[in-house]
Design a protein around this ligand. Sequence first.
Ligand code: CA2
Length: 151
Amino acid sequence: MKTIFILNGPNLNLLGTREPAVYGSQTLADVELLCNQACASHGFKLEFRQSNHEGQLVDWIHEAGQFQASGALAGVVLNAGAYTHTSVALHDAIKGTGITLIELHISNVFAREAFRHHSYISPVAKAVMCGFGVSGYAMAIAGLAVMNAGV
Ligand code: CA2
């Protein structure tokens, strides 16, 4: 059974506590539950993680790269939070590992402030999902299922 890594960046631990108009009212624990159900229905194992630290996210991408090398990775879903718009380190880590990665945003970043319109992740992502709320996580998992089936 292949594994999907779902990595969440800074401040996503605050989901459900503030800004419900932008991010909805579900907590990160609710999102993990939703991802567990989606992974189970597609026959994937789930590694669901969150960190406020850029280097930790880089380390986890490297770990996913080791899974990829051994054929055990279905893909990575990354909501890098604000690091999306700033992090050359995450860009380099994704490029260096060659992992299949879906960039995800809960909100439609293009309907928001101009500084959210640029992403360092998009050029090294296989696909980008944004604006579907937390349902986007399940949709990204379904997308990885299609990619892994080679359809
Ligand atoms: O829409 C997304 O998922 C974002 O990645 C969320 C980031 C933001 O910097 C990106 O531009 C778009 C922010 C995550 C912070 O989440 C919070 C949730 C509730 C309360 C406060 C922050």
